[in-house]
Structures are given as structure tokens and as C-alpha cells.
Design a protein around this ligand. Structure first.
Ligand code: ADP
Ligand code: ADP
Length: 228
């Protein structure tokens, strides 16, 4: 359902971040994206939610080239794709409940539906009791759980995560991975860029390794394969 065809990306400064990628990811897969810093992992991930566009090639989701989407259509695409970042990107002036509800308010969902759905996802990530707290009052792991709740509140088919455990201690990282496993078990595709060797080697899933803007390895149940 996700397909890249000859995806090439040259940034305006002349750097070629992706050098002709071909890949297919089916609905429900869990895929780790690994590789050294500067390899092109973030660029790869940004293609999938139209944060960047290919300079050439096709970026297909369910057969549609999202590179060709009009800018005003991008918010609709983003409703079907949950995104989680290393630095959480929560809105500091909104409380936990409001950070999660926001995504439903913009689509003008009914207030009662919003309330039920927000409390349901906060319950799932174990933060129902902290609904009124602000991001700065939460630990890093709790903030990441809020951002995961926000990313799934629209029940997206695809979840994209760029180094989601990058700022978390090992125990907290495992908690976050448990949530990802749970989300994936409901049929959501997960694509996660990571440097976390322990996680990749323990929770086995497909591993795509990128180096110098090229896929150098693609293995079901693969290992991390780097020493860093
Ligand atoms: P990774 O996530 O694997 O560290 P990135 O996709 O962030 O790799 O970067 C790949 C290459 O593209 C690097 O050389 C990086 O410096 C460059 N790059 C990334 N983003 C930009 C940008 N917005 N403008 C110019 N160059 C960029
Ligand atoms: P329950 O499902 O247990 O009845 P509630 O709906 O009472 O849960 O809400 C649980 C927590 O979320 C409470 O702290 C509540 O005040 C808070 N909350 C509910 N709705 C909102 C809202 N619109 N804005 C901010 N916090 C809210």
C-alpha cells in the first residue's frame, strides 16, 4: 500500500539525500528504518507524510502519488497518517486532553464523540488521570505517550515515527515499544526510524537499512546490524 518508485531527492543545497529508492510496504507491516547519521532516514520518512517531496520518482499511497497532492489537500492526507517525533512536538499551552483533542476539533467532530475518543486513547496510553496536566509537567516518556495518543486519535492506517525513543531512557523506551506493538496488532502499518539496537534486535520486524540515500539491506525479522 506504500510504494516508492525511483524516489530521488536533492535538497536545494545540492545534497542528494535519496538516490533512487524502490520499496513496497504492505498494510499492517512493522518496518524499522536503520542506518548511520546522514544516511537519508529522516528524508525517507518525511516523504511519506509529504513533509518533503521527491525531486523525481513516485511516492504512492494506495496507488495515489502524494507528491502530486495540492498543498490544500495535505491536511487530509495527514489525517490518515499518524506521526510521532523524537522531541514529541506537543503544544505547550494546551493540556494533555487538548493536545489530543486538537486533531479531532479541526475536523469538526461532534463534542461528545471527541470527548469519548480522547479519553479512550488517553486510557490506552495510561494517561487518563493526567488529562488536565500540561506537557511541561510530564516526564519525557509521558510526553511521548501523549504524542502517540494524538497520532492515533484519528485511527490512521499508517503510523510514522522518527526516532521515537531517541530522548528516552531504556525502560521508558520499552514501554513506548509496547504501545507500538499494540497499535500494530490492530492492523496499523508502523514505519519507525531508529538507532536503538537493543529494540531492533529484540522486537524483530522487517529492517530496511539506508546508507548514502540507497537501500543497502531489506530483511524480514532482520537485525540492527550496526555497532553504534
Ligand atoms: P538521517 O535521518 O539518516 O540522519 P537525513 O535524511 O536527515 O538523514 O539527511 C540526509 C542528508 O540530507 C544529509 O546529508 C543531510 O545533511 C541532508 N539534509 C537533510 N535535510 C536537509 C535539508 N532540509 N536541506 C538540506 N540538506 C538536508
Ligand atoms: P471519565 O471517562 O472518567 O468520565 P472524564 O470525561 O470525566 O472521564 O474526564 C477525565 C479527565 O479529563 C478529567 O480530569 C476531566 O476533567 C478531563 N477532561 C475531560 N474533558 C476535558 C476537556 N474538554 N478539557 C480538558 N480536560 C478535560
Amino acid at each position: 500500500m506504500i510504494q516508492m518508485k525511483n524516489v530521488y531527492k536533492k535538497y536545494p543545497n545540492g545534497i542528494v539525500a535519496l538516490n533512487g529508492l524502490n520499496v513496497e510496504i504492505d498494510q499492517g507491516e512493522f518496518v524499522y528504518i536503520v542506518g548511520p547519521s546522514g544516511a537519508g532516514k529522516s528524508t525517507f520518512i518525511k516523504m511519506m507524510y509529504r513533509e518533503e517531496r521527491p525531486s523525481s520518482g513516485q511516492m504512492l499511497i494506495n496507488g495515489k502519488d502524494i507528491a502530486k497532492l495540492k498543498n490544500r489537500k495535505v491536511p487530509f492526507l495527514r489525517r490518515d497518517i499518524g506521526v510521532v517525533f523524537q522531541d514529541f512536538k506537543l503544544l505547550p499551552r494546551l493540556n494533555v486532553y487538548e493536545n489530543v483533542a486538537f486533531a479531532l476539533e479541526v475536523i469538526e467532530e461532534k463534542p461528545q464523540v471527541i470527548k469519548e475518543r480522547v479519553m479512550e486513547v488517553l486510557d490506552m496510553v495510561g494517561l487518563k488521570h493526567k488529562a488536565k496536566m500540561f506537557p511541561r509537567e510530564l516526564s519525557g516518556g509521558e510526553q511521548q505517550r501523549v504524542s502517540i495518543a494524538r497520532s492515533i486519535v484519528n485511527t490512521p492506517k499508517i503510523m510514522i515515527a522518527d526516532e521515537p525513543t531517541g530522548n528516552l531512557d531504556p525502560d521508558t523506551s520499552w514501554d513506548i515499544m509496547n504501545l507500538f506493538e499494540q497499535i500494530n496488532s490492530t492492523g496499523t502499518t508502523i514505519i519507525m526510524a531508529t538507532h536503538n539496537r537493543e529494540i531492533v534486535n529484540k522486537l524483530r520486524h522487517r529492517v530496511i537499512a539506508i546508507e548514502g540515500g540507497l537501500i543497502v539491506r531489506d530483511a524480514a525479522g532482520g537485525d540492527y546490524g550496526y555497532e553504534d
